[in-house]
Design a protein around this ligand. Structure first.
Ligand code: AMP
Length: 493
């Protein structure tokens, strides 16, 4: 053992050290090549083309025992396999190593965008590990484009980039291109008027698809990505974790909401704990499911939900991953999994239990009411407040645009009424759970949360906004940034 990986810890707020060996990079290479083969059947790309990749390494450090530790993506980007993948799939990332691994995600994003524009004619697809990074990068682009096109025109590099190694590497690649710059300027002026609808096909005319993890906690960003992508297809990327890769998307043409992952049985020894939802038994407050004995891969059943258990080649023995999946069907003999949610991530005050997925559905319904006000939801999270009596849910929203208090009240009411969990409905009716509270946080709050995680050693590549939190630091950021509060009027009569 030479290396440890830090799992991102952004879903449960707790990072873990996981063994990482050469085998880990090799399976990463294997799954990426496999996925590329399936994608190229549906969306062939030109050999030797470029990939606009929004990828980021975080800092590495030595443990007391002398092992190198860092996130799994950081190890992979630094491994020979990262280069081998580009050669084998004949697609090459636009950014050099200095841009990926400099540790300053803002500077990396600027350079990824600049080089992506510089090579725009050659870009065959756009990608990141989790779709959050693509959306954040294009949100940044809306502000940065005026600087970017000047750098393209003059072959210069903005003063924002102050890391000498990065400056040297980027300036070694770009050269003045006034024709491309004026094209970019014209496109951006037009796109501004369209609220950036269709940004991707306009600026990257040869991009065949956008490829990233869009399932699970990433689902809420897909709507925003759809605006940028317009007619360019979205391809949902593979299912895996720092602990082990799990499954590959063998149907790349399916939209993100229908995607399943065919388990690759050689990556780990997989077992599955059958989970049964307990809606009726109100005493089962501590956990949301009743568990059966684990079954091997060959005995899973279609339609059943399971928690994944891994025995890995790097040394984890019967390790519970904490993810809930549903078997959607089979690909040859291997199950195709539907990602449902992180198991422990539930909102609960008393007998109610709402998963990440339940919350997502509710927020989706509530935020639809924003569209009449031309506002949009940027990000959200939640907290079950049990300190006040009766306890109640708080949902935090960051929104773009101005919204009247009346509309926010309607959104809040809609969300409260949309939780269908029986325990919640009963508790709301008898007021053992108080009215849902919607707190609007100021612009940039979720960026602060991201920065907090990055400061603790997480990598932007692996960041996932926690959809439910009791983390004290996070709550204090959210509460300090709250600018408006509204309470639901559902269940009032
Ligand atoms: P990490 O701790 O950064 O290794 O993140 C691993 C976790 O990210 C998994 O256990 C899942 O909860 C989530 N994840 C990874 N891939 C996917 C995917 N394709 N769809 C949904 N969630 C995913």
């Amino acid at each position: 053992m030479t290396t440890l990986s830090l799992s991102s810890g952004t879903t449960e707020g707790r990072q873990k050290y996981i063994p990482f060996t050469r085998h880990s990079s090799q399976t990463t290479l294997q799954i990426f090549r496999l996925a590329a083969a399936y994608r190229s059947r549906v969306y062939p790309t030109r050999e030797g083309g470029r990939i606009l990749e929004f990828i980021y390494s975080s800092r590495k450090f030595k443990t007391k025992g002398g092992l190198t530790a860092g996130t799994a993506t950081t190890h992979y980007y630094a491994s020979p396999e990262f280069k081998i993948k580009q050669e084998k799939t004949k697609s090459f990332t636009c950014s050099p190593e200095e841009v990926i691994s400099n540790g300053d995600s803002k500077q990396s994003t600027y350079c990824h965008l600049l080089l992506g524009l510089f090579f725009s004619e050659q870009v065959e697809f756009i990608t990141s590990a989790f779709v959050y990074s693509i959306v954040q990068s294009f949100i940044a682009f809306e502000e940065l484009w005026k600087e970017l096109y000047i750098d393209i025109r003059d072959g210069t590099l903005s003063k924002r980039i102050n890391l000498p190694k990065v400056r040297k590497a980027v300036l070694g690649i770009i050269s003045p291109n006034p024709i491309l710059a004026s094209k970019i300027e014209a496109c951006c002026r037009e796109l501004e008027g369209l609220d950036w609808f269709g940004l991707i096909p306009k600026l990257w005319p040869n991009a065949k698809y956008v490829y990233s993890i869009m399932t699970g906690s990433m689902q809420p960003y897909v709507k925003k990505l759809l605006r940028y992508a317009a007619e360019v297809p979205l391809v949902s990327a593979e299912y895996g974790s720092t602990e082990s890769w799990i499954g590959v998307n063998v149907d790349p043409c399916l939209p993100p909401e229908d995607v399943t992952f065919a388990v690759v049985p050689t990556f780990s020894y997989f077992e599955f704990i059958p989970l049964h939802r307990q809606k009726q038994d109100y005493n089962l407050v501590m956990d949301d499911f009743i568990e059966d004995k684990p079954v091997p891969l060959s005995q899973v059943k279609v339609g059943q939900e399971y928690e994944i258990v891994l025995t890995t080649i790097t040394g984890l023995y019967r390790y519970r991953l904490g993810d809930v999946v549903e078997v959607a069907g089979f690909h040859n003999g291997t199950p195709k999994l539907n990602f449902i949610c992180r198991r422990k991530l539930i909102l609960t005050v008393n007998i109610d239990k709402n998963t990440e997925k339940d919350l997502q559905i509710v927020v989706e319904r509530g935020s639809q009411l924003l569209s009449n006000s031309k506002a949009e939801l940027i990000d959200f999270t939640s907290h079950a407040d049990v300190l006040t009596q009766p306890g109640h849910y708080i949902i935090y929203w960051e929104i773009k645009g101005e919204v009247e208090e009346r509309v926010l009240g309607e959104c809040c009411r809609e969300m409260d009424a949309s939780f269908v969990d029986h325990g919640y409905v009963v508790s709301r009716r008898n007021n053992s759970i108080g009215p849902l509270e919607l707190r609007i946080v100021e612009k940039g709050t979720f960026k602060k949360i991201l920065e907090h995680f990055l400061g603790n050693g997480s990598a932007l590549s692996q960041f996932k906004t926690p959809r439910c939190t009791s983390n004290k630091v996070l709550l204090s950021i959210l509460n300090l940034c709250t600018i408006k509060r509204v309470y639901s009027t559902a269940y009032a009569d």
